[in-house]
Design a protein around this ligand. Structure first.
Ligand code: AHR
Length: 418
């Protein structure tokens, strides 16, 4: 009951009391007392599940009612009513008062419990969403690599553990499929869209549609070229830094310079663009990139690209910068077939997958620059924050990464998660 209502009730009671003068109106009195008792009951019931503030209001109401009944009993006594009636009225008023006290005590306990409850439960009391209320759309770009498989598993497993409803799809490396999946999710009114964009450009229209529908978007892994006002956060690797680190390793491996080839990732993807840019920024002047072709981040496409390089530049290639471990696996197959020995061509690869670690153990890869796919937990945390009206700050969230070397590969391989 609201306090304004309680006040109104008290005023009405006072007026009724003044109007009836000093008469001992026991039936009115009984119904007042009954009302007080039922308020106290309601307060006790509410204490079991409602917020402490609501319970407190109920207890205050019950107490006010009991006080009113008590006042009325005193008035009846002053008016000289029959002593049994007065005694009954007083006893009932006392009982109502006792119930009000009990309700107040329960309110205090409920308040204490609410203060001690974890933040998530407090949020629930305030009507905020929990993971179990969340529907997150993840239009995965494809299944091109072991990195991607690990990324998909991270999202599915995290969603299952947290109870998030995940709408997952596989766009098979086609931007139009990702856009269609996003539009379906917008139509469905999901809480949050997490987008791992296959390429950087061409997202403005669908991001605007999501924004207009009030659906927050988290860009995951690769970046988009769209204005950052069109999405709420980006979480992933700094692809330019990965390229710079790869160049530093190539400089170390070819101190006297040499000729190298580049097996690039998907054309137009943030990963390929950033890695190529960073690599060129740090590469020593005495190292020449004699060719660069895409292998689309897959083993199947990486192999023929390296086959062609080996034919075209026979005996000339000193090193290879390969944008991911799966293409490195394909490239090594081609090198083996062409009679190249491990270490003849220095390879710097990216990702740090088990496959990459095995290539290091076998002597083919000399440095593997880490790119972390296990983004599910962080993305779900961001999604919950955004679904409850919060902001991700800073908008750009970069993952902490390292470089792996052959001398530690054997020891680390068993503990690799992907
Ligand atoms: O965008 C991350 C890249 O995409 C990974 O390096 C690669 O393996 C994946 O396919």
């Amino acid at each position: 009951m609201k306090f304004s209502k309680i006040l109104l009730l008290l005023v009405v009671l006072a007026m009724a009391f003044a109007f009836t003068g000093c008469g001992a109106d026991t039936s009115a009195l009984e119904s007042q007392i009954a009302a007080a008792a039922s308020k106290a009951d309601a307060a006790a019931a509410a204490a079991e599940d409602a917020s402490a503030a609501a319970v407190e209001a109920q207890a205050a109401a019950a107490e006010a009612m009991a006080e009113a009944a008590d006042a009325k009993a005193q008035a009846a006594e002053a008016a000289g009513a029959a002593s049994e009636e007065v005694a009954a009225a007083k006893a009932a008023a006392e009982a109502a008062q006792a119930e009000a006290e009990a309700a107040k005590a329960e309110a205090a306990a409920a308040k204490e419990a609410a203060a001690a409850a974890p933040a998530e439960e407090a949020d629930m009391a305030m009507g905020e969403k929990t993971y179990a209320d969340l529907t997150v759309c993840y239009p995965q770009l494809g299944a091109e690599s072991d990195w991607r498989t690990a990324n998909t598993a991270s999202f599915k497993q995290t969603a299952e553990e947290l109870g998030v409803n995940l709408i997952f799809s596989d766009a098979q490396q086609k931007q139009e499929n990702q856009i269609s999946a996003m539009r379906a999710c917008i139509q469905q009114g999901v809480d949050v869209i997490a987008l791992p964009p296959v390429v950087e450009d061409g997202w403005d229209a669908v991001l605007t549609e999501a924004k207009d529908a009030g659906i927050p978007v988290i860009v995951v892994d690769r970046s988009v070229s769209a204005d950052e006002s069109l999405y709420d956060a980006h979480i992933g690797s700094d692809m330019v830094v990965e390229g710079q680190r790869s160049a530093d390793e190539m400089n170390r491996l070819l101190p006297d310079g040499g000729k190298i080839v580049e097996l690039s990732g998907t054309t137009g993807s943030g990963a390929a663009v950033g890695r190529a840019e960073g690599f060129r920024q740090n590469l020593n002047d005495n190292i020449e990139i004699i060719d660069s072709q895409t292998g689309n981040f897959t083993t199947a496409e990486g192999k023929p690209v390296m086959e062609a390089f080996l034919k075209k530049y026979e005996g000339e290639i000193d090193g290879a910068f390969i944008h991911n471990d799966n293409m490195a696996i394909g490239a090594v197959e081609a090198m083996k077939a062409a009679g190249v020995e491990p270490g003849d061509i220095k390879i710097v690869s990216v990702d740090g997958t088990r496959g990459g670690f095995q290539l290091m153990i076998d002597g083919w890869v000399q440095a593997d620059v880490e790119c972390n796919p296990l983004l599910g937990p962080q993305v779900m945390e961001m999604a919950l924050l955004l679904a409850n009206g919060g902001k991700v700050e800073p908008k750009e969230q970069l993952t902490n990464e390292t470089i792996y070397y052959p001398d530690e590969a054997e020891e680390l391989l068993p503990s690799r998660l992907y």
